[in-house]
Design a binder for this molecule. Structure first.
Ligand code: ADP
Length: 260
């Protein structure tokens, strides 16, 4: 799209001519469309749990609570589940907006990678146990130090490990591997879960993009985890990659600069 803007040229005697200025506004329009889609997506994502909570609360208030305590408890659990989803969504939206506005300045310092991985594995340990997915001991090169914001790095690891557990069946295992590549360190999170169809891979890191919406929701997903991961990795000057085969599993890997 081109916007034409005529600028008149004058001198003391009056109008002498005009210059046409062509502005290419397609980039502007694209950003505007992304912003509009995002607002529409957020509204949609917020509306679903709010509608459910309101509906069940009304049913309880109009008699279900007294008439059938067992049914009432089921309704309350549904309300709790959707309230949890709402708070997860708000938490992820706040994280994204902090990252995008650059408000949460990264505190880049030398971080012992093994420590960060151990901490992340500890934090997702319970989820793995509940699901019956085994978390393997970290593999690869030990003792590496990266230049990173420790909290944000752990968040990346937790999000990737959490997904690896979420999208694996019971009995499967999940592993983390580290390798040095010149001035960079590559960290890979591998699962043998459901995998991702090739056609979905290019859009996977977009906000709210999900391969299977119902499955993501049932697992308490917000569809924002990977876009948060991508943001954080890029803010460290690293890159994020995914390799996956449907039915076989996925490997999400990212690079970070090594600390000197
Ligand atoms: P969600 O909250 O839905 O998990 P994410 O942004 O973390 O959102 O991931 C986006 C989508 O990518 C998920 O909905 C899922 O379809 C897919 N995905 C992410 N990680 C994996 C994985 N390890 N295995 C299979 N699919 C995955």
């Amino acid at each position: 799209t081109v916007l034409v803007h005529w600028v008149p040229l004058r001198d003391g005697d009056g109008l002498q001519g005009a210059v046409a200025v062509f502005h290419d506004i397609s980039a502007f329009k694209r950003v505007e469309k992304i912003r509009r889609d995002f607002v529409a997506n957020v509204s949609h994502e917020l509306r679903t749990p709010v509608t459910v909570i309101k509906g069940y609360a009304e049913t309880l208030l109009s008699g279900a609570l007294a008439a059938d305590p067992e049914r009432a408890e089921r309704f309350l659990l549904i309300i709790q589940n959707h309230a949890d989803r709402l708070s997860g969504l708000v938490r992820d939206l706040l994280t994204l907006s902090e990252l995008e506005s650059g408000e949460m300045g990264m505190q880049l310092k030398p971080v012992a990678l093994d420590e960060a991985i151990r901490q992340a594995l500890l934090l997702v340990g319970q989820r793995g146990e509940e699901k019956g997915v085994q978390l393997e001991q970290p593999a690869g090169e030990a003792g590496l130090t990266v230049q990173a914001d420790r909290g944000r790095l752990e968040q990346v690891l937790i999000n990737l490990l959490d997904n690896a557990i979420k999208y694996s069946e019971t009995g499967k295992s999940v592993g983390v591997e580290t390798a040095r590549e010149g001035d960079l360190v590559r960290v890979s999170v591998r699962d043998s879960g459901i995998g991702i169809p090739e056609k979905d891979l290019p859009r996977l890191f977009e906000r709210f993009y999900r391969v299977d919406e119902a499955r993501s929701r049932d697992n308490g997903g917000t569809g924002l985890g990977l876009s948060i991961v991508k943001h954080i990795v890029q803010a460290h000057g690293g890159t994020l990659e995914v390799k996956s085969e449907q039915g076989k599993g996925s490997v999400f890997s990212f690079t970070l600069p090594i600390a000197r």
